[in-house]
Design a protein around this ligand. Structure first.
Ligand SMILES: [Zn+2]
Length: 258
């Protein structure tokens, strides 16, 4: 009688350990965020960007779209109606110049036209235009001053992030490295968790095309959806996702004629 009894106990114990261990191995500890803000930014107003509208809304996220107003509605770029749709959902429409010119190469009236006229065009759609991004991230003192004169509250550069809130220089907001076609989901989440682990900060993401490898500077819809869903989940444990304009703050200034 003793041996079968021992065996029985042994089997039951194994079963119990197995049952209690299984869910623990599958469920990841929900991590909490206390000091990290994320901004999702899309450069250029590419037509394929419109695909993320529903994904953002479904996950309770709002992004910043930097638009080249001179290209709006032309082949390969979003239409004015699509921009209005994004804006209606609470996304931010920011400026990215009239024609995507390297600003360090233009001067005087041309420089002012590229930045001020672009902003005027976007204000004419009734967008709250407070945020600007330098094409290719190229900027100098002159372009910075012009962004200020044209009524912008902030301007984003590229790389060298994370940034902090309030920013060290609102007219040179550093972003995380470009999201490119081989940037994986895990790396994107690390751009958020590493900032939190290092004490917090502002992680600004820079996206361009949304497609399956149509461009080096692209993210697939699948990877973006996964990341958006992950961000949506983390918002429940303290992560804050804001548009750039919200993160920096300030009133919408009137347009300035170039
Ligand atoms: Zn650009």
């Amino acid at each position: 009688m003793k041996l079968p009894h021992l065996l029985f106990t042994f089997v039951i114990t194994i079963l119990l350990i197995g049952c209690s261990a299984a869910p623990a191995a599958q469920t990841k500890e929900p991590r909490s965020f206390k000091n990290t803000v994320v901004s999702l930014t899309f450069d250029d107003g590419d037509a394929d960007n419109y695909q993320v509208r529903d994904i953002l809304a479904e996950n309770n996220l709002r992004a910043t779209f930097y638009v080249i107003s001179g290209f709006t509605g032309t082949a390969g770029y979003m239409t004015a109606d699509q921009l209005r749709g994004l804006h209606q959902d609470g996304n931010e429409i920011g400026g990215h110049t009239l024609s995507h010119t390297k600003l360090s190469a233009v001067r005087g009236a041309d420089l002012k036209r590229e930045i001020c006229q672009d902003r005027l065009n976007l204000l004419a759609y009734n967008f709250d235009v407070t945020s600007f991004a330098y094409p290719y991230g190229y900027y100098d003192e002159k372009s910075k001053q012009t962004a200020i004169e044209c009524g912008y509250n902030n301007a984003r550069i590229v790389s060298s992030g994370p940034a902090v809130i309030p920013p060290v220089d609102a007219y040179a907001l550093p972003a995380m490295p470009y999201i490119v076609s081989d940037t994986r989901f895990a790396k994107m989440t690390r751009y958020v968790t590493q900032v939190e682990d290092a004490g917090g900060g502002w992680s600004i993401f820079v996206f361009h095309h949304v497609c399956d490898g149509c461009d080096q500077f692209s993210v697939s819809l699948e990877t973006f959806s996964k990341f958006a869903q992950w961000l949506g989940e983390q918002q429940k444990t303290g992560l804050v996702v804001k548009t750039v304009g919200e993160a920096v703050g300030g009133e919408v200034k009137p347009g300035v004629a170039p």
